[in-house]
Design a protein around this ligand. Structure first.
Ligand code: USQ
Length: 408
């Protein structure tokens, strides 16, 4: 699927943080890309009273600029994949994609844990969206390769002293009398938030539809994304990607860099001993392209890639950013119900074998991000930096006490 061999690709969620640079990247590679998006991420900004650090144009304006700069058309359909099933199916019937990149999901763990309403919304939106896509492809008899954005969080960052394999685990099922049967099963799901839980549920939907209907599916178990620019978003100011810094949607390294740019202490949750997998946004879009180029065969089980390039402890990232910028570090009470300390070793051999060349933290891109953050620092509302979404009542009470809001 190199340049010139045009493939018709639907990018569900193509207006989001990964969807927009993915759409540009695939369009730039010569593919026929159409974005399907309900623009919910923009509405959630309004609900939360926050905005992207970088000024984002409307989806129509973004496409107009890409037409002028990239010389190619990106289509757009405003459809809610989770709740407008008939419209979505009719559109698929008409568009007949060769591949579908499925990013149309609510992707923030803190947002999913804010209230019972946010939990319900995240499950309904994320699970219905996946189910609608799979059911529609089967009903229409379409053989599009589905590439879904999953998460490393399905594994639970477990610390058992062995690297986390790519999706599947060999187990020996005891048969009695000292005998056992070998099986390969989905790695035990261990979600740490309602958002991560939805990605675990997705895995079962994929397993069923691949087995029952022969759908060809790739699930990308991605780590925490950092960075904001890709080769295409750098090409014009109006192609800029969104860049979240708030306590719900900002991811940890991007938050630290923005905090540093405005002289806010770096908000390390607890001891900062949490180890997570990371990947730069440029590698993220490249991995999607690699996955698209290597679909599983009909009747094959879901192909699972661990989409990450390095692991880091949160406090080490804070120290790195502090060294680079002179920022101070603040250890704040952790609003999440997560292990205070964990090690993490992850297998990522498959994407490396397909040609991924990792962009690492040392590559000067941190400085570029600090520059972006300083440039738009006037758009930051400091009051939206703290993470206020608590995983449990106990964590909420702890946050209140730390902020001096507790009952006397
Ligand atoms: N953290 C801090 N301080 C902060 C923000 C976060 O210490 O100011 C800590 C969190 O407690 C957590 C770690 O940093 O231990 C990562 O948090 P995050 O907000 O960067 O990432 P997370 O909530 O896990 O979610 C993000 C994306 C999600 C994706 C996931 C991949 O929002 O869509 O699936 O990363 S993974 O973390 O590997 O599951």
């Amino acid at each position: 699927m190199g340049r010139g061999s045009e493939v018709r690709i639907a990018v569900l969620g193509g207006d989001g943080f990964i969807g927009w640079p993915t759409s540009l990247h695939l369009s730039d590679r010569g593919h026929d890309v159409t974005i399907v998006d309900n623009l919910s991420r923009r509405w959630i900004d309004t609900e939360l009273g926050v905005q992207s650090l970088t000024p984002m144009d409307s989806i129509q304006e973004r496409r107009r600029v890409w037409r002028a700069v990239g010389g190619r058309e990106i289509g757009f359909e405003r459809i809610d994949v989770a709740s407008e099933y008939e419209r979505f199916r009719a559109w698929l019937d008409d568009f007949r994609p060769d591949a579908v990149v499925h990013l149309a999901q609510q992707r923030a763990a803190p947002y999913s844990m804010k209230t019972d309403t946010h939990k319900n919304y995240t499950v309904a939106n994320n699970v219905n969206g996946t189910e609608s896509l799979l059911a529609a492809l089967v009903a229409l008899g379409q053989d599009a390769h589905v590439v879904h954005m999953g998460t490393m969080g399905v594994y639970g960052y477990s610390d058992i002293g062995a690297p986390i394999p790519e999706g599947y685990l060999k187990v020996a099922v005891p048969l009695g009398a000292g005998r056992s049967a070998e099986q390969e099963i989905l790695y035990p799901a261990n979600p740490g938030s309602v958002y991560h839980l939805t990605k675990c549920l997705d895995q079962l939907l994929f397993q069923f539809y691949a087995k029952n209907d022969g759908l060809r599916i790739t699930d990308l178990h991605q780590g925490v994304v950092w960075g904001t620019h890709t080769d295409q978003t750098r090409r014009h100011e109006q192609l800029i990607n969104r860049f979240d810094y708030d306590g719900d949607y900002g991811t940890v390294l991007n938050r630290f860099l923005i905090q540093a740019a405005i002289g806010h202490p770096l908000t390390v949750h607890g001891t900062g001993g949490q180890t997570r997998a990371f990947i730069h946004i440029q590698d993220s879009v490249r991995c999607i392209e690699l996955a698209l180029a290597h679909p599983p065969g009909t009747g094959e089980r879901t192909r699972i890639f661990n989409q990450m390039t390095e692991t880091h402890r949160v406090r080490d990232l804070a120290e790195l950013v502090a060294k680079l910028t002179g920022a101070t570090i603040d250890h704040v009470p952790n609003p999440r119900n997560e292990a205070a300390e964990n090690d993490l070793e992850v297998c990522n051999d498959q994407l490396l074998a397909l040609g991924l060349k990792p962009t690492t933290l040392e590559d000067g891109l941190l400085e570029e991000l600090v520059d972006v953050a300083r440039r738009y620092a006037h758009r930051i509302d400091r009051s939206r930096i703290p993470c206020t979404s608590a995983w449990t009542r106990e964590r909420a009470a702890e946050l209140d006490r730390a902020n001096g809001d507790g009952a006397p």
